[in-house]
Design a protein around this ligand. Structure first.
Ligand code: FMN
Length: 307
């Protein structure tokens, strides 16, 4: 006789992630809401995350949340760099815990040269100075696209500040009781842009060879691992390949995933996207391409989109 448990798809079975156990294998991806003010969450986030936390998904990951004000994409992006940010998220987390059962994760990020942008429904282009534009930063002073201002190439002090900002935000996330932290190193944001030879043209220890391009994301990863409790899952969203000649390759992403595993990361998530504007993968290839084959990652590291 086939029992109910035997017939249940694995999707609805539990998943061990690090030392945490998720009730099923359904996770809600982080989704920017562009609805915060000064990085502060409000009633919009309360209803958005509240409803998702009672959806039956085992895990809900809060949208990309900036580790410093200049790390936001737009004036509407969430932040976790101030006491006001933390207090507002405490209200949201408390509400989700009261109404829902999902574990709660948060994605920590820095937007680099994709920042200082208008809201998507206002066109999404670069902000003008009288609309509150700020100076963006990047590995190299290469603009995001035509008609975008050039970012400032980060110096040693800037690199240290942003590394520490990731660790500080992770400390705040732990204080808030989040169950999981995910660092964003995909979609052309700061950590991805260090990995990608397209965006990273540095000639110092952070540019050139793969070992050099991985150096900064790994420093940020290690600083975050140090402050984020071992018992809570820690992951990174990475780009499998840049979909452009001369960009990061799946072999390189596999090596990077192995390095993350060595540091103590529990998973990588590989969404289909590119670092360069107008280079998103053609849809049929995105679906067919398995971004990070099983052979290119450590067995103990969970990888969404494995082949
Ligand atoms: C409205 C919206 C907001 C998104 N915001 C984020 C985000 O904050 N961080 C992120 O890594 N991806 C973000 N994404 C990408 C999604 O998390 C997801 O990866 C994408 O929709 C593709 O789905 P898939 O990864 O399941 O294939 C967003 C997508 C949408 C539609």
């Amino acid at each position: 006789m086939v029992t109910l448990m035997q017939r249940m798809p694995r999707l609805f079975g539990p998943l061990s992630l690090g030392s945490a156990i998720l009730a099923n294998r359904i996770a809600v991806s982080p989704m920017c809401q562009y609805s915060a003010q000064d990085g502060v969450a409000n009633d919009w986030h309360l209803q958005h995350l509240g409803s998702l936390s009672l959806s039956g998904a085992a895990l809900v990951i809060v949208e990309q949340t900036a580790v410093e004000p200049a790390g936001r994409i737009s004036h509407g992006c969430l932040g976790l760099y101030s006491d006001a940010n933390e207090a507002a998220l405490a209200r949201v987390v408390g509400f989700c815990r009261r109404v829902g059962s999902a574990a709660l994760g948060i994605q920590l990020a820095h937007a680099r040269r994709k920042g200082s942008a208008k809201l998507p429904w206002e066109g999404g282009g670069p902000l003008t100075p009288n609309a509150g534009a700020w100076t963006t930063v990047a590995p190299s002073a290469i603009p995001f696209d035509d008609h975008w201002p050039a970012p400032q190439a980060l110096d040693g002090a800037g690199l240290a500040r942003i590394r520490d900002a990731h660790a500080n935000a992770a400390r705040r996330a732990d204080r808030l009781g989040f169950d999981l932290v995910e660092l964003l190193a995909a979609h052309g944001f700061l950590l991805h842009s260090f990995l990608s030879p397209i965006a990273n043209r540095r000639t110092d220890a952070y540019g050139g060879s793969l070992a050099n391009r991985m150096r900064y994301p790994l420093e940020v990863a290690a600083a975050t691992r140090e402050v984020w409790p071992r018992r809570k899952p820690l992951g990174m969203r990475i780009t499998g390949c840049d979909w452009i000649d001369g960009g990061i390759t799946t072999d390189e992403s596999g090596i990077f995933a192995c390095e993350l595993h060595t540091i103590g990361f529990d998973y990588v998530c590989v969404p289909p996207a590119a670092s360069v504007r107008r280079r998103d993968p053609p849809l049929h290839r995105a679906i067919r391409c398995r971004s990070l084959p099983r052979s290119k990652r450590p067995a103990a590291l969970w990888c969404r989109r494995l082949a």
